[in-house]
Design a protein around this ligand. Structure first.
Ligand SMILES: *Cc1c(COP(=O)(O)O)cnc(C)c1O
Length: 381
């Protein structure tokens, strides 16, 4: 089945009792049993819920994974996966990381004796140099948030296999519509379904997809034991959102390309970061491992100061100033004070994240309105 067909049909079939083409939202906490332990496959809704199972099967189809566990948020999904680790274990992670991931690593897992090295994963060699005999996981984001750096998934996964460490890719930014990390050798894929998968800024959710038995067993154990599961309504919204994933991502990529070109040619912009530009340092790898370059664009103003950046962001009207990304509506944000505020300033700056950086999540509106909106924000400076 081709990807566009999978978004509608993977793992889905009409509901058996009524023929309903969309899975019903099963609002229940428990399931009737005929005799102790004789039941229709469901015992208690922390463990399984048919609406959640439908979403998990769909995500497995999109990521070419054997199995998926859905969670209450992207952070809960990462938390469940990291709980495979034990004191003394070591993780190599990208140094340009979602702020919430950084906080989870440093403030929750490090105090339990798990150590993290943050490296620039644009170079596979940097990852190799950071690996120690205790390294159990390589944590990749590509494109990274918010600097849109590109890491070579196959190259890093090859290192992971060689050293007996799992390669995990947070695929939230690309979405499976553009990139399927398991097919490039990764062992697990993490998603915040809150973003492109849900696509309508109306839910919080997460998932991990994998074809590895040890990882899957850990995830189902975590689901049952620590219980950060999504409710059936959020699962339904994610299922519904995914039906249009291909169309939304296609339009968003098209708009992002046009905006990246517009920004590059504007006399008041400084750096424009967009992996689709042929002089972006990760362009070739992005072209190899992604089917398009995504809906995210980051840039700074020529004046390169935080005050003008903030003024710019406060003066858009089609672009909403807000955290998050991947929805149908375009958003503008200031990573240094919003999504990445939990990363100390010196560490942010080491990775290249300046206080003047502006991040766009480009939605599916008409490109003329998006350009006109940025035009008027430039005029306001
Ligand atoms: C938003 C996000 C997360 C966290 O997901 P939540 O659903 O907000 O918990 C993780 N990684 C990336 C790259 C994100 O953008």
């Amino acid at each position: 089945m081709k990807f566009n067909t999978k978004t509608i049909h993977a793992g889905q079939k009409p509901e058996e009792t009524s023929g309903s083409v969309m899975p019903p939202v099963f609002f229940t906490s428990t399931y009737a049993q005929e005799a102790p332990n004789k039941h229709k496959g469901h015992e208690y809704a922390r463990v399984t819920n048919p609406t959640r199972t439908a979403l998990e099967n769909l995500l497995s189809g999109l990521e070419d994974a054997r199995c998926t566990c859905a969670f209450a948020s992207g952070c809960a999904a990462m938390d469940a996966l990291l709980k495979m680790l034990r004191p003394g274990d070591h993780v190599v992670a990208t140094n340009d990381l979602y702020g919430g991931s950084y906080r989870l690593f440093k403030e929750v897992f490090e105090p339990f004796g798990i150590s993290f090295s943050f490296v620039d994963m644009r170079s596979v060699d940097n990852v190799g140099k950071a690996i120690t005999p205790d390294t159990r996981m390589l944590w990749v984001e590509t494109p990274t948030n918010p600097l849109l750096k590109i890491a070579d998934i196959a190259g890093i996964a090859g290192l992971g296999k060689h050293h007996g460490a799992y390669t995990v890719v947070d695929n939230t930014f690309a979405s499976p519509a553009l990139q399927q990390p398991l097919n490039q050798g990764a062992d697990a894929v993490v998603h915040s379904t809150t973003k492109y998968l849900g696509g309508h800024s109306d839910l919080i959710g997460g998932a991990v997809s994998t074809s590895n038995d040890e990882i899957y067993e850990n995830l189902t154990f975590q689901t049952k034991t620590t219980g950060a599961v999504p409710g059936p309504m959020d699962c339904y919204l994610a299922l519904r959102g995914i039906k249009t994933l291909s169309l939304r991502v296609e339009r968003s990529c098209q708009n992002a390309r046009a905006l990246a070109d517009y920004l590059r040619n504007h006399p008041m912009t400084g750096d424009v970061r967009y992996p689709g530009h042929s002089d972006h340092p990760g362009h070739e790898i992005a072209a190899k491992q992604m089917s398009d370059f995504g809906g995210m664009v980051s840039f700074s103003l020529k004046s390169d100061d935080q005050e003008s950046a903030e003024k710019f962001m406060s003066n858009t009207s089609v672009f909403t100033l807000a955290e998050s990304l991947g929805g149908v509506e375009s958003l503008i944000s200031h990573p240094a004070s919003m999504t990445h505020a939990s990363i100390p300033k010196n560490i942010r700056e080491e990775a290249g994240l300046k206080d003047s950086l502006i991040r766009l999540s480009v939605g599916i509106e008409d490109i003329d309105d998006l350009i006109a909106d940025l035009d008027s924000a430039f005029d306001s400076l």
